[in-house]
Design a protein around this ligand. Sequence first.
Ligand code: DSN
Length: 442
Amino acid sequence: MDAFLAKTDPEMAGLIAAETKRRQEGLEMIPSENHTSPAVLEALASILNDKYAEGYPSKRYYGGNTVIDKVEKLAIDRAKKLFGVPHANVQPYSGSPANFAVYLAVCENGDVVMGQNLSDGGHLTHGAKVNASARFFRSVPYHVRQDGYLDMDEVRQLAKEHKPKLIWCGATAYSREIPFEEFGKIADETGAYLVADIAHIAGLVIGGAHKSPAPFVHIITTTTHKTLRGPRGAMIMVTEKGLQKDAELGQKIDKAVFPAGVQGGPHEHQVAAIGVALKEASAPAFKEYAGQIVKNAKALAKELMARGIKIVSDGTDNHLMVLDLTPHGKGLGIFLEEALDMAGITVNKNTVPQESSSPFYPSGVRLGTPAITTRGMKEEEMAQIGEYIAKVFNEIKGCKLPDEKEERIAYLKDSRKKLEENATIKEVRESVRLLCGRYPIP
Ligand code: DSN
């Protein structure tokens, strides 16, 4: 395959080669990313890309879908078995359209919806102010407590007061186990649909490293490319509990994905690759992988805290952690993200609970272990990586983000220049390169 691209489009082939090199020589620690297997990528780059298949297996609006029907059915059956659910839709292009389809399936314009507040670790599509979910529905956000854990008393009180049609549980920057059972009780008490968005933890759920939401919620959404280690894509599943609440829920979800929602023809190459990822995730080795992700995250958090870095909720139960840099000044996330990038460690700046700065200049950094665990790294390497991160952090902790916009841009430009010449960061970069050399990406 590579040989064709190098001939027809050497410029693009060169860029793909450069990104491969970057990923091989650096530590990918954005917790929503992973390194997919060559088998998943092979399915993704297959001839299935060429087929239109609007509709669902045996109910298509185009001819020539006998093979495609089998592909989609196989992926659906694997999803149902692995997650223990009676209904699965594997067509969502990605997480945001999947979540939007859920709204279309169960809500009317103006209904009340509840989700975890954005700077408390929630996702944009769970009712964040800037998102369509807050434009078409009345969003009532819930929060984490001062200790960084979900405030379930607040969730119950808000649900009783506002009677939401739908409650989201699941997050994008939350390092503790999601109490699905308690959410389930609150939804039952108030009559709401409960949806678990397990995009971040799907692989942990399958691998037994996080409790499954299936017995407690009505609907589960997930992307397929994070801890699940598949292609970019998403799934929506309806649980037994969901069908008990509404026997038509499966059909409503399917209709909301297509034709009522934001999608047209399904990406069947992506569906096939999801099927391959689900098969990989059903192997015993995946259970070990999921367990190791969590062990690694715990080891890394311990090392960072021992080196004086504050972590929201003082640790982690899953694959990620949010470093809270507020004690050293507000808006430092961008400095640490950029300095770590220079050192070959890829993370993302992130807001922290009770954020005192802004989403573009937040006071935290989010990082995690799914991708580095895929490469085979274990606790020993986590201690090393913790040391590297702490060393880089020491180089930026004196930075001060100016309040004025123009001043900020000039200050960032200047600090970038200084960091590029920083001897400690250069030294860490070299150590990272050596470490990565011992752990090839798949
Ligand atoms: N962008 C994803 C993440 O990084 O968590 C969520 O959509």
